[in-house]
Design a protein around this ligand. Structure first.
Ligand code: H2B
Length: 100
């Protein structure tokens, strides 16, 4: 699998300023955001819409759901040594935020 370029420091800073609700995780190799909904149905509806976007991007979230809370982590498997941040993560974060 060919390597996907990792974001450089400038692009990483831009990602965080363009998507201020997302935070770096895993020593800068991922971004994460927690979404709080009013109930499980709202959370699950959101996850369904994220799933469709993820498949169309061929870029899938790692996520955790409990009742009305959804935590999403984005990273690119083929970037860096064992996963890193790429433009794919920035695009997914923007698309996910666009659902709200
Ligand atoms: N999702 C995420 N989050 N990162 C990836 O690098 C990735 C993915 N790669 N979904 C895709 C699928 C890859 O595993 C397949 C083989 O295209």
């Amino acid at each position: 699998m060919p390597a996907v370029p990792e974001l450089d420091d400038t692009d990483r800073a831009r990602l965080l300023s363009d998507n201020p609700d997302w935070a770096l995780a895993r020593e800068g190799t991922a971004i994460t955001r927690t979404f709080q909904f009013s109930d499980f149905s709202e959370a699950w509806g959101f996850m369904s819409r994220v799933a469709l976007i993820a498949d169309s991007h061929d870029h899938h979230p790692e996520w955790f759901n409990v009742y009305a809370k959804v935590e999403i982590t984005l990273t690119t498997h083929d970037a860096g040594l064992s996963g890193g941040l790429s433009l794919r993560d920035a695009k997914m974060a923007r698309a996910i935020d666009g659902l709200l």
